[in-house]
Design a protein around this ligand. Structure first.
Ligand code: 164
Ligand code: MG
Length: 381
């Protein structure tokens, strides 16, 4: 396989508006700034990635603007004009920067895309994935009343979604879940708590066991593994971790302690595709199923999610709804569509979608070209 050498990186910062506001326990997102990362190799091939941060540091410690700073001052200078034999090397090349996983992933995923294109392959083939279509779930933001939520669930079940994820928090959990189960006793249903509970809620959370949820996602603190192990022993419902798992080592410790029975893998949260593959393989070895979480991505991040989900142990539908659920107009062409609850994985080179440059220009805030390895900081080589 051919190596890659990046001659230039272009940061396209855009502002995109969701078709419908998305409410979680962190608040409501209507619009967000996205830094679309374009890496251009010496032969002029472009690879694409995106920051999956939002404008506030409520999901993790990053925002789109911290990510842009880390990209410009540290990560881009580390790789520009360096010959890279394989993108799996990039995550360790970034180890001199602590955390800042979403910034790392935005650049690392773009490198995987350009590497696949340069070697004439679809991204899934380079990742080692085999599925040609992936099962799709739908994550529903917090709704005002149980009735509103039941209506949304019915709408998405009718559309063919194979898993329904709803948000819960103290005071908006049992009545919402029981209302769904009254109308839809057998659908594949899960709840995401986004760290809204503590161990004081163990008896309350045990009430959820009677509703046959597939899992309860991230019930406790965003950076906890130990208390989740205590809670999992008390619950019949499998715990799934999201925010707690930033790396392979977090996953290794969570599995060792019995903190979860399922892991939601988000490429951005774990620093890129290479670390995501390592976590996938570790979970496979320990019979821990995984699924692909969503971060309200544009079509670029969504494309990376599709290709990652072709790996064997992604056995549960992800939060990977089609473009039309998020954007009036996506920044990729063709837009990502779903048919009977599945999304076809494209066979084109790399991510397999063209970039809609006209749309990027329409929503552009700033475009910065970087072609120098110079940084205002000492960068280890
Ligand atoms: O992208 C999607 O459709 C799912 C979005 C989603 O559920 C989330 C995005 C970002 C943080 C959280 O609020 C939540 C999650 O925890 O998965
Ligand atoms: Mg989550």
């Amino acid at each position: 396989m051919k190596s890659i050498t990046i001659k230039e990186v272009v940061l396209h910062t855009i502002n995109v508006s969701l078709k419908a506001p998305f409410t979680t326990s962190f608040g409501t997102i209507h619009t967000k700034d996205v830094c679309v990362v374009e890496v251009i190799d010496e032969s002029g091939i472009s690879g694409w990635g995106e920051t999956v941060t939002s404008d506030e540091p409520y999901y993790n410690e990053e925002t789109t603007h911290t990510a842009i700073y880390i990209l410009k001052d540290f990560l881009i200078p580390r790789i520009i004009k360096k010959e890279i034999t394989h993108p799996k090397e990039i995550y360790s090349m970034f180890s001199f920067v602590r955390r800042n996983q979403i910034a790392k992933a935005a650049l690392e995923t773009a490198m995987w895309d350009v590497y696949a294109k340069k070697n004439g392959k679809p991204l899934y083939a380079v990742l080692g994935g085999e599925k040609k279509k992936i099962a799709v779930g739908k994550s529903i933001g917090i709704q005002e009343t149980p009735d509103h939520l039941v209506d949304k669930v019915g709408q998405y079940i009718d559309e063919g979604f194979q898993k329904i994820k709803v948000k819960i928090a103290p005071g908006a959990d049992l009545d919402y879940i029981s209302a769904i189960r009254e109308s839809y006793p057998n659908i594949p249903l899960m709840a995401d708590a986004n760290s809204a509970y503590t161990l004081d809620h163990v008896d309350h959370l045990k009430e959820l066991d009677k509703y046959q949820l597939m899992m309860i996602e991230q019930p406790l603190a965003h950076d906890d593994i130990i208390d989740h192990a205590i809670l999992q022993k008390a619950l019949r419902t499998p715990i799934c971790l999201d925010e707690s798992i930033h790396s392979y080592d977090d996953a290794r410790k969570a599995i060792k302690l019995g903190s979860c029975q399922i892991i939601n893998i988000k490429i951005g949260r774990v620093g890129g595709l290479q670390e995501a593959i390592r976590i996938h393989n570790l979970c496979k070895d320990h019979n821990i199923p995984v699924w692909c979480g969503g971060m309200l991505e544009t079509g670029i991040g969504r494309a990376h999610n599709l290709h990652m989900t072709t790996l064997e142990n992604f056995t549960l539908p992800g939060d990977t709804a089609p473009s039309s659920h998020y954007w009036e107009e996506d920044i990729v062409k063709p837009e990502i569509t779903m048919n009977n609850g599945y999304i076809q994985v494209p066979d084109g080179l790399g991510i397999g979608f063209k970039i809609h440059k006209g749309k990027i220009d329409k929503v552009s805030i700033q475009t910065e070209r970087i072609d120098s390895e110079k940084s205002p900081h000492p960068i280890p080589h």
